[in-house]
Ligand binder design. Structure first.
Ligand SMILES: NC(=O)c1ccc[n+]([C@@H]2O[C@H](COP(=O)([O-])OP(=O)(O)OC[C@H]3O[C@@H](n4cnc5c(N)ncnc54)[C@H](O)[C@@H]3O)[C@@H](O)[C@H]2O)c1
Length: 283
């Protein structure tokens, strides 16, 4: 299978930045697009800092560090986003994603593959709102994208088989382990993980344990991160919106009802690491 030499990534937030850094580290010319100039600048300085840390630790050479930086092109011009594969990692809103895909379809050629990094929006529903549904699939990376091994490759009802074949090959080119799944609420990981967050939130809401106690116990029992540290890393807004979407898509079962505590955090913009405060404080 032909390797991919250019990729477009839309959205330079937590996930888009990580995915772009990963692609550049694998020698792929990467165009990273965001509508927000400040977000783009922050993304660039975070990626530069990450690469320099890798260099200081001796994991990459000075030349490799420079070569990776040269693979990255940061832009707020959508028309720069032309590539055989475009990975979308913008806000978790179906209308915004569909609107972006329709614009991308109009400026790219007919072979371009469109992959959404959505955590929870139905690929079928998204496909129904775009003009080329057969060229859309889910490509769900985990945070941090440079480190986490797993990628879910999500097939919608209309996704062309060759799109899935190419996305599996791309995941392997990026050094990841792709797992195929059909479109379903929360796909695999976010469906299985929902109770981990929700039960932890309920324990704290009901005054039965503190955030720190829940995290300490879960980490002591073998989880790499307690649920509150993980929500802070993911972004509390993103995690809350995934909970709402999965709950609604499954017919609003009581056991998966979204948490009021989490909703309140979103309302006061305490979103976790990215806003400096969430369930914990960050400098
Ligand atoms: N945070 C996680 O741990 C995680 C993990 C897996 C998947 N995801 C998914 O990845 C996507 C992005 O999540 P995130 O945590 O990086 O969000 P984020 O809030 O950190 O970043 C979203 C970015 O999208 C940009 N944006 C908004 N509208 C845009 C548009 N029309 N065009 C271009 N850029 C636009 C914003 O400026 C922002 O920089 C979401 O779909 C989310 O569900 C998130």
């Amino acid at each position: 299978m032909e390797t991919i030499s250019t990729i477009g990534v839309c959205g330079a937030g937590t996930m888009g930045s990580g995915i772009a850094q990963l692609c550049a580290q694998k020698g792929i010319h990467t165009v990273l697009f965001d509508v927000n100039e400040t977000v783009l600048q922050n993304s660039r300085s975070n990626i530069w800092k990450n690469l320099e840390t890798l260099q200081q630790k001796g994991k990459i050479s000075k030349d490799a560090c420079m070569a990776i930086k040269n693979q990255l092109h940061f832009t707020h011009e959508l028309t720069d986003c032309k590539a055989p594969v475009i990975i979308e990692a913008i806000i978790e809103q179906k209308e915004s994603k569909a609107n972006l895909f329709n614009q991308l379809i109009s400026i790219n050629n007919h072979q371009t593959i469109f992959a959404s990094n959505t955590s929870s929006i139905s690929i079928n529903a998204l496909a129904a709102s775009i003009t080329q549904p057969q060229r859309l699939a889910g490509l769900h990376f985990f945070n941090p994208a440079t480190i986490m091994q797993l990628v879910e490759v999500i097939k919608g009802e209309q996704t062309a088989p060759e799109v899935i074949t190419k996305l599996v090959a791309l995941s392997q080119q990026l050094g990841k382990t792709p797992v195929l799944c059909n479109d379903a609420p929360g796909f695999i990981v976010n469906r299985v993980a929902r109770p981990y967050y929700l039960e932890a939130l309920r324990l704290v809401e009901q005054g039965l344990a503190t955030v720190e106690q829940v995290d300490a116990i879960m980490e002591a029992s073998g989880f790499k991160m307690g649920p509150f540290k993980l929500m802070d890393l993911i972004g509390i807004d993103i995690n809350y919106s995934v909970s709402c979407i999965v709950w609604e898509a499954l017919g609003k079962p009581t056991r998966l009802m979204p948490s009021t505590l989490q909703q309140q955090k979103v309302e006061v913009k305490q979103l976790g690491k990215k806003s400096g405060i969430g369930f914990y404080f960050y400098q």
